[in-house]
Each structure stands twice: as structure tokens, then as C-alpha cells.
Design a protein around this ligand. Structure first.
Ligand SMILES: Cc1cc2nc3c(=O)[nH]c(=O)nc-3n(C[C@H](O)[C@H](O)[C@H](O)COP(=O)(O)OP(=O)(O)OC[C@H]3O[C@@H](n4cnc5c(N)ncnc54)[C@H](O)[C@@H]3O)c2cc1C
Length: 383
């Protein structure tokens, strides 16, 4: 039976996240956006009240939440500010390969610390010449003595400037395409260099940095999973994090929708609130439907993973649709505000800028469609 009802615990989690977003994130969100302030104090607070490192299992001292629980939290925090949520949620992405394939010893040594203090980790896949085309990465990991030497550079790394730990993808067999990539755990103190902070269109509170590994030596047991299995591990990771990105996009869209509804009731033109004009009503109606659909896709893709089922198709459906919805809804919210929507003193232009990244990171809108088409045709061929 399909049951869309949340449990009492899930309602409480959602309320906790909403309360935090409303009381602590919203009051500073537009200021942090303007000044590109890294939200260190909010990260510490989120950690304190249990809204970080959601998927770390109880055996390692974590909350061991489900992916549906995570989606509920991520929507609320993004409703507050998606740049802040990207900073808070990034550990989920960065620690995932370790949780999925790390040895018990490696998990105990590194993951437990995240439950004891609000430290940060980054996920290092993208390179200047290897974005969507992950297999063309140039970062190398060469076996030397009792360890590996990592050399190369990663760009656009969320929390890169503030992380203590990096999960890094590097070529261990340069001639084997995506089958020659491995995933490593690299502590910052091993000699990682962090360079600069991107000045971004949106999500300006989040830190996006270039991270360089200048012949960084790490012990051999810092390999996560099997050698040359890194691409598969990255894809497994994204299957688990894309439902959360879809939930974040839903949160941005919902925030813009609420502002648009309130403004439509208040703004008078031609002697009536603009909410009385059918053109505005139809925009609001489409927003409401699409947000509802985006949320359901995010939830379904999360629930499949919670049940131990493969969710590659659903997580791409969810991420693609919710990201496009966030872009459309925020653009229409600016339209509802008219000229005021274009002015920074009003809230919706930030949301429109923030929404754009949803169609870019963790696989672009085009890459999601490639995944969806591949899955559809494979199923049609009986594969
Ligand atoms: C704010 C921010 C934070 C990020 N955080 C992280 C992070 O923490 N860790 C990390 O590893 N990366 C991160 N990224 C990188 C992000 O995942 C990449 O930017 C994204 O994967 C796209 O890669 P690219 O920018 O090189 O674009 P490209 O791959 O060069 O794509 C350019 C355009 O071509 C399209 N395209 C490419 N290939 C195809 C194809 N085969 N068919 C059709 N269209 C195609 C794309 O969809 C896009 O529209 C972040 C990026 C940003 C901007």
C-alpha cells in the first residue's frame, strides 16, 4: 500500500529543521548572500541540534537517519537558504563513499570524528577539463612503497576551503577510462593545498574552492573500496544524494512560491490585488502543482534507497524535475513581483540565482536526461 503519511518522528524532524531555518537561517540568509559569508556559526548550530551528518550509522555514533528523513530536512533547510544547506549537507556527499565501501578501521578512524565535532569534508570529483565527462580526469594516484601518491587538481569543490578531509577520485589505470578510477581518503594535513574561493551567481554563502594535491602521500589503506572501482562508487554515491538535491530544489521553489502568493495578495493593480488576475492565478497554480510533484519524486527516490532497491532512474527523474521546477518557479516568482522582483531589496531574485545551481551540480540537467533515456531504453531492450 502506498502511504504518504509521515511518522510522528518524521513530523518532529521536519519541524525541528523548519524551526531552525525560520529562526536562524532566514534572518541572515540575504545578508550572507550579499556578502558571500561562509555560514560557520550556522554549521556549528546545525551540528549541535542533529541536522548534520544525517546518514552516519548509529554504530559509528551518528543518527543513522533514512534517506526520506534526509529529504525532509534538506527541503526545510533549503527553504531557509540553499547556500547554507549546501554547506551543512556537503558532509553527506563527501562521507558517502566511505560509508558505502570503507573498511571498518577507516570508518572508525575518520567518520566517528564527525559525530564528535562539527568538522567538514569535501567530495572531489570535478576537474577543470573533466566535469560531466568524469572519465577524462587527469588526477593520478600512483602506488609507491606502502602508500599512494596523489597528484592533480580539483575545481568547484564545495566546502573545499574549510574541509579537514577530502574524498578524492583519481586515475589508477589511465588507459582504462572510467574503469581506471579509484577513490581515496585524503586528510588535509597530508599536504592538500586550497586555492581561492569562487565568486558565484547564487548560493553565495557556500564555499566553492580549487583543491590541489601536489604529490600528496597517503597510506595504502586510505583507498576506499577496490582499486579501479571509483567510478561505480561515485555513481552509487550520487544515487543516494540526488534525492536530497531534489528536496533542496523543492525547498527553494516552495520559498519562492510562498513569497509570490503573499505578494500577489498584497499588490494592487487595476484596482484589485494582482491575485485576482487570471494570468497570475495560473502561474501560481502551475507552481503549486509542480512543487507537489517535485516533492513526491524526491520522496519516492529516497524511499527506494531506504528499501534497498536500485533508484538510479528515479533519482535522475527527481533531480531533473525538481531542479527544472526550482528554476521555473523562481523565474515566475520574479514575474509575479514585476519590476520589484528584479531588485535586490525584494527576496525572490536571490532565489532565482540560487535555483540555477540545481540544474548544474551533481549531474547537469542534460546528464540526468542522458541517464533517464539510457535507463528507459535498457528496460525496453529487456536489460
Ligand atoms: C557551486 C558549485 C558547487 C560544486 N560542488 C562540487 C563538489 O563539491 N564536488 C565536485 O566534484 N564537483 C562540484 N561541482 C562541479 C559540478 O558537479 C560540475 O560543474 C558539473 O558536473 C558540470 O561539469 P562542468 O561544469 O565541467 O560542465 P561541462 O561538463 O563542461 O558541461 C557544459 C555543458 O555541456 C553539457 N554537456 C556535457 N556533456 C554532455 C553530453 N554528453 N550531452 C549533452 N550535454 C552535455 C552540460 O550539461 C552543460 O550544459 C560544483 C559546481 C558548482 C558550480
Amino acid at each position: 500500500m502506498v502511504d504518504f503519511a509521515l511518522s510522528g518522528e518524521q513530523e518532529a524532524l521536519r519541524e525541528l529543521a523548519h524551526d531552525f531555518a525560520q529562526r536562524e537561517i532566514r534572518p541572515v540568509a540575504w545578508e550572507y548572500d550579499r556578502d558571500a559569508t561562509f555560514p560557520r556559526a550556522l554549521i556549528d548550530r546545525a551540528w549541535e541540534i542533529g541536522l548534520m551528518n544525517l546518514y552516519v550509522p548509529e554504530s559509528l555514533g551518528g543518527a543513522g537517519l533514512s534517506y526520506l528523513d534526509g529529504a525532509l530536512i534538506e527541503e526545510e533547510l533549503s527553504w531557509g537558504c540553499s547556500g547554507v544547506q549546501t554547506s551543512i549537507g556537503c558532509n553527506g556527499l563527501a562521507l558517502m563513499p566511505l560509508l558505502l565501501a570503507g573498511t571498518d578501521a577507516l570508518k572508525r578512524r575518520y567518520v566517528e570524528r564527525f559525530t564528535q565535532e562539527p568538522v567538514l569534508a569535501s567530495f572531489c570529483l570535478t576537474e577543470p577539463s573533466a566535469g560531466s565527462d568524469v572519465a577524462s580526469m587527469r588526477t593520478r594516484a600512483v602506488r609507491r612503497g606502502a602508500g599512494y601518491v596523489i597528484s592533480g587538481s580539483k575545481c568547484f569543490i564545495t566546502n573545499g576551503g574549510y574541509a579537514d578531509l577530502y574524498t578524492v577520485y583519481a586515475k589508477t589505470d589511465p588507459d582504462a577510462g572510467h574503469r581506471g578510477i579509484s577513490c581515496f581518503l585524503v586528510p588535509r594535513e597530508a599536504g592538500v593545498l586550497v586555492d581561492g574561493h569562487e565568486d558565484k551567481m547564487g548560493q553565495r554563502a557556500s564555499n566553492t574552492a580549487t583543491v590541489t594535491f601536489p604529490d600528496v602521500e597517503i597510506p595504502a589503506d586510505h583507498l576506499i573500496g577496490e582499486e579501479n572501482d571509483g567510478f561505480r562508487l561515485a555513481m552509487m554515491t550520487l544515487d543516494r544524494t540526488r534525492p536530497g538535491v531534489a528536496a533542496m530544489a523543492t525547498g527553494i521553489a516552495r520559498a519562492a512560491f510562498e513569497f509570490a502568493v503573499a505578494y500577489a495578495l498584497e499588490r494592487v493593480q487595476f484596482g484589485v490585488p494582482i491575485a485576482a488576475h487570471q494570468a497570475i492565478q495560473f502561474m501560481i497554480a502551475d507552481m503549486a502543482t509542480e512543487i507537489e510533484a517535485a516533492r513526491l519524486l524526491a520522496w519516492k527516490s529516497a524511499v527506494l534507497i531506504d528499501r534497498g532497491e536500485r533508484n538510479t532512474l528515479l533519482s535522475s527523474h527527481a533531480k531533473r524535475f525538481a531542479a527544472d521546477t526550482a528554476m521555473k518557479v523562481t523565474t515566475d516568482a520574479v514575474q509575479v513581483y514585476g519590476g520589484y522582483g528584479f531588485i535586490k531589496d525584494y527576496p525572490v531574485e536571490k532565489l532565482m540565482r540560487d535555483a540555477k545551481i540545481m540544474q548544474l551540480y551533481e549531474g547537469t540537467a542534460q546528464i540526468q536526461r542522458i541517464v533517464i533515456a539510457r535507463e528507459v531504453f535498457e528496460a525496453a531492450r529487456g536489460g
